[in-house]
Design a protein around this ligand. Sequence first.
Ligand SMILES: Cc1cc2nc3c(=O)[nH]c(=O)nc-3n(C[C@H](O)[C@H](O)[C@H](O)COP(=O)(O)OP(=O)(O)OC[C@H]3O[C@@H](n4cnc5c(N)ncnc54)[C@H](O)[C@@H]3O)c2cc1C
Length: 471
Amino acid sequence: MSTPRILIVGGGYVGLYTAHRLQKLARRGKVSITVIDPHARMTYQPFLPEAAAGSIEPRHVVVALHKVLHRCEILTGCVTHIDHASRQVTLRPTSGPARKVGYDVLVVAAGSIVRTLPVPGLADHAIGLKSLPEAIYLRDHVLSQLDVASTTEDEHVRRKALTFAFVGGGYAGVETIAELEDMARYALRYYPRLKPELMRWVLVEANDHILPEIGPEMGEYTRKQLERRGFDLRLGRRVVSIAKGLVQLDDGDAFEAGTIVWTAGVRPNPVVERSDLPLDERKRVMCDEMMRVKDLPGVWAAGDIANVPDLSTPGASCSPSAQHAVRQSARLAKNIAAVQRGKEPKAYKHSYAGSVASLGLHKGAAKVYGVKLKGMPAWLMHRLYHVSRMPTTARKLQVVIDWSVALLFRREVVSLGDMENPRKQFREAAREELPHPTIDVTEAPPTRKRAPAKKVTVGKKAPAKKVTARR
Ligand SMILES: Cc1cc2nc3c(=O)[nH]c(=O)nc-3n(C[C@H](O)[C@H](O)[C@H](O)COP(=O)(O)OP(=O)(O)OC[C@H]3O[C@@H](n4cnc5c(N)ncnc54)[C@H](O)[C@@H]3O)c2cc1C
């Protein structure tokens, strides 16, 4: 009989931790494990705001799956379809044709994506914060806005460059706006023409409170802290348009912003909508308390993509959080191993331990086992908690070293320039050398409709003297 294959879709919190724990089974030759992820790395998302603010070296908030999952097969690509009837998924690799990958046991751990709304201009003018490239881009972009503001003589351009708008007042939005403001305020010491009062940091939230994750009292404390620091909080307000970079609110107010960050929640990864798995009304995979997908033996799901009953709150399901994802994966690995040995799986039960939020250097808010912490103690608790959850000892040490170095030396405030288009300069230089400069239609800007892959020489049909144009 061949070794059963456990296929894990997604190498984030749930995927990495589950595979890591199941490696013991693989070592004994009981199973083979395959993990599919588009980037072959796990991103420790709670550190993204600090990576964006430069307190942690960006590479230290990710863990390469190949490095940690020695006994697993890692496939780099996207699962585009799950067909449980035939026990196969469709894998679209980074390059090359799509292929089918079969399994005996399936773990669905593809997490969530940013929840967007049909707001005009959103796709063209906003950025999310769910991935490392977004964090790197955001840091660079905020610093480059300071360069713009300090160089221009145009008051309108300056005002726009110094206006930073964030939409969504959960973890991601509040921590990121607080961290980036802290970084920008520090950076201003190197811009004698700019004063902190010129900056405008606006947070728009549809609810009348922020940070629901840490409870109403600490959310209110955070609101007061942010307002004291000069943040412009628009609670109970919705963004109705950001066309042309003009942020329009539902109360009629409007302002231009050079930076618009969309952190208005997440929704389950839509890959499960292209599957025969049972979904709830929010399109999460329906699971029982053991994390078995309902009525489908051999299929499991956990984390942001799953509807797992929260046994500590009758009738509720587990919220999409790192806290649940990490703990669920520990139970999930044990359950899968138990079933492989012919034993019964156990229910996932976890009582809420509390939440921590960082609000910039030495600032924070936390509620842990009912104890409320503010300022420096909360900030330290945030760091302690998250570094303890970070996978691998090496990464824990690297993050602690980053923090220690940041205490000893001044913050790095260099903007690396055009991060969006790193090949631009090289491409232009290379084109200069061509006798008849060409435009590669495959490299058209992403907003434009993609043209078929072909090269077009731009120029008038003039046999005697060619007139050419360059992009
Ligand atoms: C900025 C930010 C800050 C946060 N802060 C906190 C915090 O302080 N505390 C807290 O508890 N939670 C926090 N969270 C939430 C927490 O990070 C998530 O709840 C957690 O990551 C969920 O784990 P997961 O394994 O379900 O998904 P993820 O960790 O997102 O992993 C999903 C994986 O699936 C992969 N994938 C996606 N699509 C496919 C596909 N089609 N095929 C194959 N693989 C795919 C992705 O590449 C990814 O690696 C934060 C989130 C963000 C974005």
